[in-house]
Design a protein around this ligand. Structure first.
Ligand SMILES: *Cc1c(COP(=O)(O)O)cnc(C)c1O
Length: 233
């Protein structure tokens, strides 16, 4: 299957999943942003996806993104979906429209400094580790409000929501409680209405589980394999 056909079939499935009126999905036919995850794929693959209509790409490493950014530039929206080291904050801020992986005050401060230098307001999400997996980055759900309040106090960073990664389960239905909890946290953040935030993105769902994530209220999915095929490492 071609990248274009794969992308069309993802869009079709997104439409089906977002028309389900249940669970967290209070707003059927809500718009769901599809971020095409291009990590470990070539810049040519990225360009093919853009020709097929992809408007947002996700990368998990700053260095790899820099190389592709050099070719593609601002023709596409850039999402950082992987762990960010504080010493890479400056390069990250110069490329990414949305950083999904903020998980500490320290990182938030570094992003704020870098954004100030570039005279930019950097949109970010807090990554929440809901299943408490040791192998995953992200904060515990219980720390969310504190970190959100902290970021609210930074002038050059704007908190826009949360991101979570569900664990891999043999039965994909087992991801549902994780996504339900993320949706509750997202709603809570909206409810406390911190003045310098714009809580609009609930980033959850990947190739295997995006249909469930959308049913539970996701409005931003990150799909790699489903668009580009298996990654070669
Ligand atoms: C790699 C990656 C994805 C995409 O995963 P697929 O299973 O290929 O769709 C999504 N989110 C994050 C954070 C990733 O690292």
């Amino acid at each position: 299957m071609s990248i274009a056909k794969n992308y069309q079939s993802i869009l079709h499935n997104v439409k089906l999943a977002s028309s389900v009126t249940c669970c967290g999905n209070e707003n059927p036919l809500q718009t769901v942003k599809v971020v095409a995850v291009t990590k470990n794929h070539s810049v040519q693959a990225m360009q093919q996806a853009m020709q097929a209509g992809v408007a947002s790409v996700g990368e998990n490493r700053v260095q790899e993104a820099q190389i592709k950014y050099h070719t593609v530039g601002r023709e596409v929206e850039w999402h950082l979906i992987g762990h960010l080291q504080t010493n890479k904050a400056k390069q990250a801020v110069s490329i990414f429209d949305l950083i999904h992986s903020v998980e500490s005050e320290k990182l938030a401060i570094e992003i704020d400094r870098a954004a100030q230098k570039l005279n930019k307001r950097q949109d970010v999400l807090i990554q929440v580790n809901i299943a408490d997996e040791e192998t995953k980055f992200g904060i515990d759900p219980g720390e969310l409000i504190y970190l959100a309040q902290f970021i609210n106090g930074l002038e050059y960073v704007r908190l826009c929501g949360i991101m979570t990664i569900a664990p891999y389960y043999d039965d994909v239905e087992d991801t549902r409680p994780i996504f339900k909890e993320a949706f509750q946290l997202f709603k809570e953040l909206q409810t406390i209405a911190l003045p310098n935030t714009n809580i609009q993105w609930l980033s959850m769902g990947m190739t295997n589980d995006y249909h469930i994530a959308i049913e539970e209220g996701s409005n931003l999915i990150r799909v790699g394999t489903g668009i580009f095929g298996a990654r070669q490492y």
